[in-house]
Write a protein that binds this ligand. Structure first.
Ligand SMILES: *Cc1c(COP(=O)(O)O)cnc(C)c1O
Length: 478
């Protein structure tokens, strides 16, 4: 306990810098080998549950406690073996820029809060449009991730839809309007459904047109519904890179439907939009530039730190009307110096554009093509290892970077296999050397490791398969 009240002092920064350098070095030394989860995580985290300190410890002691006591409760999501969800790493350039972002602590809301952050946001949104082949004239905004990017895209869609009915829904609300029709296949992401709840459209409005249990879109059924709507405006949601197997909705054909029936096409390309970066996979996103709104994540395949995502909308006016707000002291919406707060949900915002700029500046289009292609190769390698293992069965093709498979030693019924794979997923997390979670694919329980971290190499993929087989065999033995 210090003998006097601890209070922020300039003189503390020396110790803070020193601590940072030591902890960064020690972490980066082991991040490639560290288990992704520590069996002591729960008890370690629980030790932090204490009451508000009356007298503080000062910065150096607080940071020491945070790092040395807290480390065992972290998940190594920035390391190469966290294959759960779609968890990207952080490139050296992006990580370094993120440290600078904390150092400079810019207010990214409007130009006056940070000319640099705002200019870099505009520049990086332009660069990302180029990287993905989206029309240069589209508006964009940086948000916390694809969930909020879906919110922005679908808020623009809702604005358009209301205006088609002669109502400015941002101004006057939804009262008196019919339900907003939302058409999708079975791949629609849970976050897009949640967004419809947030927008007052309602989760139940999602009308899924599927031709099988996997969720592939049934275009003729979707067209039938559009015909029934008889010219009433509707929103179509397509997915570029679905989470279970990395499959794609046929975006070009859905764009045809949208064009023919006057609907809005929203494409959720949280990680799958990166297919555009390689000629090997570019055809998977053909037609994406015909959409009206497109979302993509940064903290997934761009490998910038959490949290970072981007929404692109073809018509800036819709965005501006959906997110307009004014107060005497806020940036004037007509100020020619950009006011990013007026194009998205947040006012004060972290200067996320610094990390995006740094990584694109450091590695360029070529570096990202290599990154994506190395992950395509690793996914193929993982699929080959699954195919070669007598006790593993792949359930889906691997168009991109997700490998959907299950443990199947032979001779077991479907229910038993489901239970076994459910247990296997739990065992993987208890064990903690690698991470990959269970999903349901076409009604069957499966694992779906995804590769989006620049640190991941062949040896990590081989290690993953070995660990999964070892744990599965040990489950069978008990
Ligand atoms: C991850 C993901 C999201 C949600 O993104 P967050 O960054 O977690 O908000 C939405 N759609 C798809 C297809 C995703 O893979």
């Amino acid at each position: 306990m210090p003998d006097r009240t601890a209070y922020p002092e300039r003189s503390e920064m020396e110790a803070v810098l020193d601590h940072f350098e030591r902890s960064a070095r020690s972490y980066l030394d082991v991040v490639d080998e560290r288990p992704v989860l520590d069996p002591r995580a729960a008890e370690t985290a629980a030790r932090f549950h204490v009451g508000l300190p009356e007298r503080g410890t000062g910065a150096a002691a607080a940071l020491e406690e945070l790092y040395t006591e807290g480390l065992a409760a972290t998940a190594t999501t920035s390391g190469p073996r966290f294959f759960h969800w779609v968890t990207g790493g952080s490139t050296p350039a992006a990580m370094g820029a993120d440290w600078l972002t904390g150092l400079l602590d810019q207010q990214g809301y409007a130009w006056l809060g940070s000319p640099l952050a705002v200019e870099l946001e505009l520049v990086t949104l332009d660069w990302l449009k180029e990287l993905f082949g989206l029309p240069g004239g589209w508006a964009g905004v940086t948000v916390t991730g694809a969930s909020m990017a879906n919110f922005v895209g679908l808020a623009a869609a809702r604005q358009w839809w209301g205006e088609r009915h002669g109502v400015d829904v941002s101004e006057d609300g939804l009262a008196g309007l019919p339900a907003m029709p939302v058409l999708s296949g079975g791949y629609i992401h849970a976050s897009a459904v949640k967004v419809l709840a947030m927008l007052g459209v309602g989760r139940a409005q999602v009308d899924r047109h599927m031709r099988d249990a996997i969720g592939r879109v049934d275009l003729s059924s979707m067209e039938g519904r559009l015909k029934e709507l008889d010219g009433a405006p509707a929103v179509i949601v397509a997915v570029a890179g679905e989470v279970n197997a990395g499959d794609f909705d046929p975006i070009d054909e859905m764009a045809d439907l949208a064009a023919e029936y006057g609907a809005w096409l929203h494409v959720d390309g949280a990680f799958g939009l990166f297919a555009a970066v390689s000629p090997r996979t570019r055809s998977l996103v053909a037609g994406v530039g015909r959409a009206r709104s497109v979302t993509v994540d940064g903290h997934k395949w761009l490998n910038v730190p959490y949290d970072s995502g981007y929404a692109f909308v073809h018509d800036k006016g819709l965005l501006a009307r959906a997110f307009a707000y004014t107060a005497r002291y806020l940036a004037d919406p007509d100020d020619p110096r950009p006011n990013m707060g007026g194009l998205g949900p947040e006012s004060s915002r972290r200067a996320r554009s610094l990390a995006v700029w740094a990584t694109l500046r450091a590695y360029g289009r070529e570096g990202y093509r290599m990154l994506v292609e190395s992950h395509l190769d690793l996914a193929k390698e993982l699929a080959d290892r699954v195919d070669a293992a007598p006790d593993l069965a792949r359930l889906a093709d691997v168009p991109l970077n997700v490998v959907c498979f299950r443990y199947d030693p032979g001779g077991l019924g479907e229910d038993e296999l489901d239970r076994l794979n459910e247990r296997l997923a739990e065992r993987i997390f208890e064990d903690g050397r690698v991470a990959a979670g269970a999903t349901t694919y076409g009604g069957r329980v499966a694992l779906r490791p995804t590769i989006v971290n620049w640190r991941t190499r062949s040896r990590d993929v081989a290690f993953f398969v070995d660990v999964v087989r070892e744990l599965a065999a040990s489950l069978r033995a008990v």
